[in-house]
Structures are given as C-alpha cells and as structure tokens.
Design a protein around this ligand. Structure first.
Ligand SMILES: [Ca+2]
Length: 328
C-alpha cells in the first residue's frame, strides 16, 4: 500500500510541477511608455525640459528618456508607491528594464528601489546592482537589465522604482539615458480564470439575449463581454455584481415578472453597471483587469437591453455568468 501511495504522489507531482503554480504579477504602471507620455510616472524636476518620451522605444513605439547636461544635478523618473496592498514586507521583487545612452565626465545612471512607509519615508533603500548601470558602449544599443531585491519590513506605502541620470561636478559632465520595458513583479499563486454561464435569458424581438466571451478573464488583460441577440441598436447594460444570491433586500434569482418583465429572471447584483449601445444586435463591454487587487476575485455578470415590444416594461435580460479573474 505504501508503494502505491508513493506512486500516486509521484504521479501527482509530475502532473503538477511546482513551477507552474506561481505567476508574476506586474506592479509597474506604463512601464513601456506606450501611452506616448509619462502617465503613471513621477518626474523630477517636476516640469523638466530634459525628460521626454522619445520614439522608437526598445522593440516598441516609445521610451522614456532623460537628457541631463546640467552639472552637477539629478534628473529622474519614478514609478512611485506602486503595489500598495499587494507587495509584502520581506518579499522578493524582480525588476527588469532596457536602457541605452551615454554618460561622460562623471555622469552616471542609477536604478534605485525603495520600500515605502505609509506616511513618507522608507524602510529600505537599495541601489540595484550596487552601483551605476553599465550601459552598452554604443549609445544606440539597448541593453537589458534584471535584478532581484527584497523589500523592507514595512511596505504600507508600496514600493518605488527610481531611474536616475546624475551628473558630476566637472564641466561637461553628461548623463543621457533612455529606459523602456520597465517591469516590477512579485510572484503569486496562479489562479485559473473562469467564465461559466448559468440561468436563462428571456425572449426579445431578436431572439434571447446571451452573454458570450472570446477569452477568459485573465489579470492584465482587457476582458471583453459580448451581449448578443439584441434588437438592432438597442441600449444595453451589463451588471457586474459580487452576489448571485442577494440584490439589495431581494433574494436572487428574482422573477422580474413582478415589474412587467414577463419571463425574465435577475441573477446578479449590480455593484458596477456598464452601459453602451448595441451595433447590429451585439453590445460589447470592455472590463480592464489591470489592478492586482482583482486577482482571484469572483464576480457575476448579466446583460439587460431595451426591447420595447418584448414585454410591458420593454426590457429583456440575458443569461448570467460567474467569472473569476485568473493569474497565469
Ligand atoms: Ca516602449
């Protein structure tokens, strides 16, 4: 019996390698500068003439560039106070980015990482790599950097990645550096994404409205839900709710015949409602799943649409779905 148990354990281990059970969670905001500006970044000086988004980036459209020719001074960009509520004290963080540029006569580039207290101040401050970044000698060649570091004992204010171009005191000191593909990740248990339909819609003039998705709700994506079988250019709403058992003081599912929506049933609460207009019978809703706080969160969906001839109230509903935001 023992050997049979060991075999079972071995088979289970082979089927579920440990490496497949965690996934990186991206904390950086606009790390690729692909918004074409510094959205998500804090600049210093705050209104600099020497910090700009430039094209092209590293295998992409844009990069963030600092052209510091004022000696001695520091110009920097930072993703400040990211990962609040996600990153933990004493946890390993991986920082990667691409950089290129030229430094001379005492000019240097640094990547620094701070573990932030809630009210300002830090519990830990690290120069990634222990010193200036060793850029490629060719100022036009991007070089990839990768560091791991450990957070301090208090990260109530999240963490900050600061990328700095610093000049020395000597005349002619320069630090011209571009950064791109900036990533700050922590590792978390993987979560399987779920989108599972339940319940039934009620018939309208163009069939029974139905929810449909082309991909599952994965963290980091823009999750798209279609509401199909609607009348032409009908106004439509998608309920996003945390409950499939309670809508205000009413228990779910709730027969909507009581408000003139004959044969229609409500399955989801509506903590958030998204509204749009259908095109050719389909309404499309887009839900950004970019906040790490959404990982593993369960929510319910149900669509509603205007359909004046369908019932006395003139509103129909779709089936419903249970969704879980996955991490892979
Ligand atoms: Ca880029």
């Amino acid at each position: 019996m023992l050997s049979r148990s060991l075999l079972a354990v071995a088979a289970l281990t082979a089927a579920c390698p440990l490496s497949a059970q965690t996934a990186p969670v991206e904390l950086a905001v606009n790390g690729g500068f692909e918004t074409g500006d510094f959205t998500g970044w804090t600049l210093f000086p705050s209104a600099p003439g020497n910090i700009a988004v430039a094209s092209p980036g590293s295998a992409s459209a844009f990069a963030g560039c600092i052209n510091n020719t004022t000696a001695p001074s520091a110009s920097l960009i930072k993703n400040a106070n990211i990962g609040i509520g996600i990153v933990q004290p004493g946890e390993t963080v991986t920082v990667t980015f691409d950089a290129k540029g030229s430094t001379a006569i005492g000019g240097v580039a640094f990547a620094e990482f701070f573990s932030e207290l809630a009210g300002g101040g830090v519990s830990r401050s690290v120069i990634l790599g222990g010193g200036p970044l060793a850029l490629d000698p060719d100022p036009n060649v991007w070089k990839s950097f990768s560091f791991t570091t450990v957070t301090g004992n208090d990260v109530a204010g999240g963490v900050t990645l600061q990328l700095a171009a610093i000049t020395g005191a000597a005349t002619g000191s320069v630090s011209n550096v571009c950064f791109d593909n900036v990533s700050v990740t922590v590792s978390r248990p993987a979560v399987t994404a779920v989108f599972s339909s339940f319940g039934a819609g009620c018939a309208g003039s163009a069939g029974t409205p139905a929810l449909a998705v082309s991909q599952l709700p994965w963290f980091g994506s823009s999750f798209q839900v279609d509401l199909r079988n609607l009348a032409g250019n009908a106004g439509a709403v998608l309920f996003l709710g945390i409950s499939n058992t309670q809508f205000g003081s009413s228990a779910l599912p709730l027969d909507l015949g009581i408000i003139g929506m004959t044969g229609c049933t409500l399955y989801s609460s509506n903590e958030i409602s998204l509204a749009t207009t259908a095109s050719a019978g389909t309404a499309t809703f887009s839900i950004p799943l970019t906040s790490p706080s959404l990982i593993g969160v369960q929510f319910f969906n149900q669509g509603l649409a205007i359909d004046p001839s369908a019932n006395p109230t003139g509103v129909v509903v779709s089936d419903a779905a249970r969704a879980v935001v996955g991490l892979r």
